[in-house]
Design a protein around this ligand. Sequence first.
Ligand code: ZN
Length: 114
Amino acid sequence: MHEMSYCVRIVDEAIKAAVDNDIKEVSGVYVEVGEMTACVNELLLKAFSKAKLNTCLENATLHLTNQEVIAFCEDCQKEFKPSRENNYSCPICKGIHSHIVKGRDCVILRIEGE
Ligand SMILES: [Zn+2]
């Protein structure tokens, strides 16, 4: 279950963010789940409930938002959704010089707590 490795990192980063923001007990973690991670939300929640044990996140709820893959075309400077139909190239200018800007990873949007 590769969701666990994402959760271990989410917990690590959330702990750092909590320390930086002077939060002693985290109550919520908001995470954007990139499509490219192929993570299943249910498995993320399950992994999180284990990864958070004995940390300041022990009572925290994980809130997930799914993020589709978005690429940025360097040729026409526009964002697009890469797909098999357009051969993962830019549907606007047909350019092939692009890079993924969203949806590649699990990213913490914010944490809450006190
Ligand atoms: Zn383009």
